[in-house]
Design a protein around this ligand. Sequence first.
Ligand code: NDP
Ligand code: 2IT
Length: 467
Amino acid sequence: MKETIVNTNHSHGPASFQGEDRDYFNTVMAHVIEKNPGEPEFHQAVAEVLGSVIPYVNQNARYKQAKILERLIEPDRIVIFRVTWEDDTGCVQVNRGYRVQFSNAIGPYKGGLRFHPSVSLGTFKFLGFEQNFKNSLTTLPIGAGKGGADFDPKGKSDHEIMRFCQSFMTELARHIGKDVDVPAGDIGVGAREVSYLFGQYKRLNNRFTGVLTGKGIEFGGSLIRTEATGYGCVYFIQNMLQHVNQSIEGKIVVISGSGNVAQYAAEKAIQLGAVVVTLSDSSGFIYEPDGLTQEKLDFVKALKLKGGRIKAYVDQFPSAQYYDGQRPWSIKCAIALPCATQNELNETEAKQLVENGCIAVGEGANMPVTPGATSVFLDAKIAFGPGKAANAGGVAISALEMTQNSMRLHWTRDEVETRLKSIMMSIHEQCVAFGSTPNTTYVNYVDGANIAGFRKVADAMIAFGIL
Ligand code: NDP
Ligand code: 2IT
């Protein structure tokens, strides 16, 4: 189904704008679409933020006069480069690398690297734009960037991955630095890739610095960074449920994806007494009616580490069923956690989730819920945690990895996890402060996250003058 950026049937966001708000929205969006042709994900991410912040900007003339929105949609700079490497058969391969340095208003550029054949410049612009508000919400001093390559890690040998990472870093190295731009992982980039990238940076510069996060514990990584995005997402769900006097215990949870974020969202949900019944990959999903156990999850972790497909789960555990080519949103649940990729949950699926009694959704992935589906959740007034709030735990612990590297110290697991919990709580409080009206319990977390994230960056930009 084709979805439009502005959903005209709904009573919130741009569809509800009148007069000055509507004119400003249309003007900025027309500019974004004209200047960034063929980048629908970037248009979508911008429209979602404008849908929250335009009325706020119109009420605060200093933001409008300083053209903060017009500046925020323009990245500081973009680097695009060729990555040439040799595969195991001796063939020369050519890929395209990117780094979008979106904004360093409140700290060094910070955000992950994605290796996936589907990416293009628009993907990194949407991700970098989102990262700006997310990083602001973490309460920590980090700006926003995103990058990666159209390299497909699937089916590649360890040596091919290493050679690709080394070639990629040979070019990227001149654009990053511990106080300049600090990349990390994202889709297709995990501990192995970060290690190869870090090794090459260190070799080129003869400097051991915290230039990447998600590093191995032996060489400056932080405990809990691997778990942080998934754990943080579940803590955020817990905060949203507590706000309406509910608890996660005993609730059925449907999760998409089976990578880093999905695995640790499942782990924390299980630890807190929830029943996790699905995981997926781009080929299909598994349904485990009685819920995954830690032991079954450990099987998935080992499977994914060696590049396996989620389908193999049902061979190991016959209690589960595999649904080829399908997404898990038809399964009845109280909590849905899309943790795979952008636009993986559409309006029809959102309606079905609400009809099936879903009361909370947390975006573990970046922009997994389409605009139409978001409107369904907001209209139904269920607790909908947008990615820039719900998945901010990962980058927050990356920022704490930077802190530990600067101090040349290593915090304990407990210390880092306690900080993660308190950061997620603070993000929740910011969303409540800017996304609800006094004396009501309902929180529009989309508005809350966008406005709270915007304010800090905007105020810093105003302080710097006209840059
Ligand atoms: P991984 O590479 O570890 O896992 C990605 C998972 O998503 C895999 O199960 C993969 O399946 C699936 N997937 C990827 N692309 C698609 C697609 N086009 N269609 C369907 N399924 C797909 O990545 P992460 O877990 O790190 O990232 C998942 C999401 O979370 C992304 O949106 C990322 O931006 C976001 N995120 C990640 C953070 C982190 O710290 N890692 C922090 C915050 C957000 P398959 O193996 O079949 O490709
Ligand atoms: O989308 C994200 O926030 C990430 N992929 C994590 C970025 C980071 O710098 O840890």
